[in-house]
Design a protein. Structure first.
Length: 518
């Protein structure tokens, strides 16, 4: 088994995990049987080697993480227990309000140079126990924003999470406001005394990597260092619902999703080990990039068809043009795929930029479904939910390949173009005339001739009279002087059809029925 200064990979990883769990450094050194300088040299060498090992075999990262789950292995198997259980940690942080209180105290404190580990120690927590607490409340937030909840529950949960977070963010912002002013005065004073110390303090204040002001519907944000080198950063802050991508020369080197505040100089998890190795190996910070991304759902993104959906109406047998609008909800499901296929190096990316891509993928399934479902013009509105569900189902694999999941898709309304509506109205008028002719006891052709006579009778002059006379003669030839009279049952049935189809109202129906039965 390979060793560095007599320390195996297992013992080194367990030592890092126990330190994170709160075991005193001198106790760790006693278990390993080495002095502090040897430990520092050994830890640096194993950290560098871990990056090489992961480049060859990513399962090493999983193995390394397992030691943090169970640090009582190897030489530490019989060491005293220092790891706090999740139950004990939750006794200190019993609810989301308490969690946000500590989270924002660490976050805002870091801006004025307060050590996050020291903050945790004031509550009796370790970095390892805090990570477990963070994972617990991250899962809780995900459950509170589950898509299967009712809109009222989702709104209530969203307001609670947002208001609680904003409350403690503002609280600690105000708390440290004076500290920032005092610290600025101290820095000015130290400039005249000890320039070296002043520069250290300034560097500590400006070297925090975080997504400062996430905007609504923003999916990705590239961290810009405002002139400072990324490689000099000391801390990374991940808020609830955020993830982080680290790249080198355009290639993704690591993805990290556990919310919290991390010390980049002491963290030994694979993500941070790789980041430090890359930053230390290259002179230019411009070769590396850090992107934050949104893990949470993006709800109620609006959509509308710019071009109409065309399909053949099964009843009217001609091409109709349909438009639709509504909303949809998405979540990034494969951040690496999304980063490569869609983001393509952009510094910012918003959900509305998916509009063209979304419509190009969703329109065809809707068209195909309408063509096969045989829904006519008058049936579209009553089948909107069915159409939306089918279109979403048919599109899932397409969106998953691009790195995001279509969680919900809704059609709120539809409309047909003017030409389609005009043609449908003309057909409806003809159908109404056909029914009316049945009531009158004549066929449709005779009804049209009667209408023509009525219109011609309104014309003045000889031409109108002659044409009217000709039409009357033509009618006389076509109308049977003794047409067969439909039986009563047939007349009542036809009358009921007119009422059911809305061509006559209830009063007209009753009056006509009474005449037939008289």
């Amino acid at each position: 088994m390979e060793t560095i200064n007599g320390i195996t990979f297992e013992d080194w990883a367990c030592a890092c995990a126990n330190l994170a769990g709160g075991m005193p450094e001198n106790e760790v050194l006693n278990v390993l049987g080495i002095e502090l300088p040897v430990w520092q040299k050994t830890s640096d060498e194993w950290s560098a080697k871990l990056g090489d090992m992961m480049a060859e075999d990513m399962s090493i990262a999983t193995k390394y993480a397992e030691y943090f789950t169970n640090p009582k292995q190897g030489k530490f198997a019989d060491a005293g227990s220092t790891t706090m259980s999740l139950a004990d940690a939750l006794a200190i942080v019993p609810d989301f309000d308490a969690y946000q209180k500590i989270f924002w105290q660490m976050s805002k404190g870091a801006e004025v140079g307060v050590d996050g580990i020291q903050v945790l120690q004031t509550y009796g927590l370790t970095l390892q126990s805090w990570a477990s607490v963070g994972q617990h409340y991250s899962q809780m937030q995900h459950q509170m924003m589950d898509e299967n909840l009712s809109p009222e529950e989702l709104k209530r949960n969203y307001d609670f999470l947002t208001q609680t977070s904003e409350k403690w963010q503002n609280h600690w912002d105000n708390h440290y406001k004076d500290s920032k002013a005092d610290l600025a005065g101290d820095i000015d004073f130290l400039i005249s005394r000890e320039m070296g110390i002043t520069e250290t303090i300034k560097e500590q204040l400006r070297s925090v990597i975080q997504w400062e002001k996430p905007q609504e519907y923003q999916l990705f944000y590239k961290f810009t260092d405002k002139g400072d080198e990324i490689k000099n950063a000391s801390k990374l802050i991940l808020q609830p619902g955020q993830g982080c991508i680290f790249t080198h020369e355009g290639k993704i080197e690591g993805v990290f999703e556990a919310e919290g505040l991390y010390d980049l100089k002491t963290e030994n998890t694979p993500f941070f080990t790789t980041m430090k190795k890359m930053l230390n190996a290259f002179e230019s910070e411009h070769k590396v990039g850090i992107w934050f991304y949104r893990k949470a759902d993006i709800n109620n993104i609006r959509w509308g068809t710019r071009l109409p959906i065309k399909y053949n109406d099964p009843v009217y047998a001609f091409l109709v043009h349909l438009r639709g609008y509504g909303n949809y909800t998405i979540r990034i499901s494969d951040v690496k795929s999304f980063f490569v296929n869609i983001l393509a190096g952009q510094e910012d990316y918003f959900s509305y930029e998916l509009q063209e891509l979304f419509l190009s993928r969703i329109t065809q399934p809707i068209s195909n479904y309408l063509a096969n479902a045989k829904f006519s013009y008058a049936e579209i509105d009553s089948h909107i939910e069915e159409i939306a569900k089918e279109a979403q189902q048919k599109s899932l694999s397409v969106f998953e390949d691009l790195g995001f999941c279509l969680i919900d898709f809704r059609i709120e309304g539809t409309s047909f173009d003017e030409e389609t509506n005009q043609r449908i109205n003309e057909i409806s008028n003809v159908q109404a005339d056909v029914h009316a002719s049945k009531i009158a006891g004549v066929d449709y052709a005779q009804m049209q001739q009667l209408k023509a006579m009525r219109d011609l009778a309104k014309n003045e002059g000889t031409a109108g009279a002659s044409i009217g006379m000709f039409a009357g003669m033509n009618m006389a030839q076509n109308i049977n002087p003794n047409p067969p009279s439909p039986d009563l049952k047939t007349k009542l049935k036809e009358l009921k059809e007119l009422f059911d189809e809305g061509l006559i109202d209830e009063q007209e129906f009753k009056e006509a029925k009474a005449k037939l039965l008289a």
